[in-house]
Write a protein that binds this ligand. Structure first.
Ligand SMILES: [Zn+2]
Ligand SMILES: [Zn+2]
Length: 135
């Protein structure tokens, strides 16, 4: 399935195809700050599943507690974070930027120990206090 992603102002557009490796909520503090919300909805895919179709996103690199460095791409005009490259060669798409997320609901939650006291944690998927060890 092909999904179209876009920033708020529409300068940056991209296309994602195929099934995600993992879909998740992240409650870490960095995600809270960059999303302006209690959590980030991430869609983890392989680099060959994403194509930038319009615009030239800016980028910044941040260290993440569990998964190494992530280089996030964001629109230089409206500031929307659209996706990021992980240190191990994956790509994390900001789920909110996709036109359609039917069938790719979050399957787990990370860094719940960093969640705000008032955050509503999911009860129907596995929740991890930090980043789980997948190995
Ligand atoms: Zn934009
Ligand atoms: Zn996070």
């Amino acid at each position: 399935m092909k999904r179209i992603g876009s920033c708020s102002c529409g300068d940056v557009k991209f296309c994602v195809k195929g099934s995600p490796i993992i879909t998740f909520f992240c409650y870490c503090k960095e995600c809270q700050v960059s999303c302006g919300s209690d959590r980030f909805y991430g869609i983890w895919i392989q680099p060959e599943q994403i194509t930038l179709t319009q615009g030239r996103p800016k980028e910044f690199t941040r260290k993440s507690e569990g998964s190494g460095e992530i280089t996030f791409k964001f629109c230089g005009n409206c500031g929307t974070k659209v996706y990021g490259d992980t240190a191990d060669g994956g790509v994390i798409v900001a789920g909110a930027t996709l036109d359609n997320t039917d069938g790719i609901e979050p399957k787990m939650a990370f860094y719940t120990k960093s969640a705000s006291k008032w955050a509503v944690l999911p009860t129907d998927i596995p929740c991890f206090e930090t980043f789980p060890d997948f190995n």
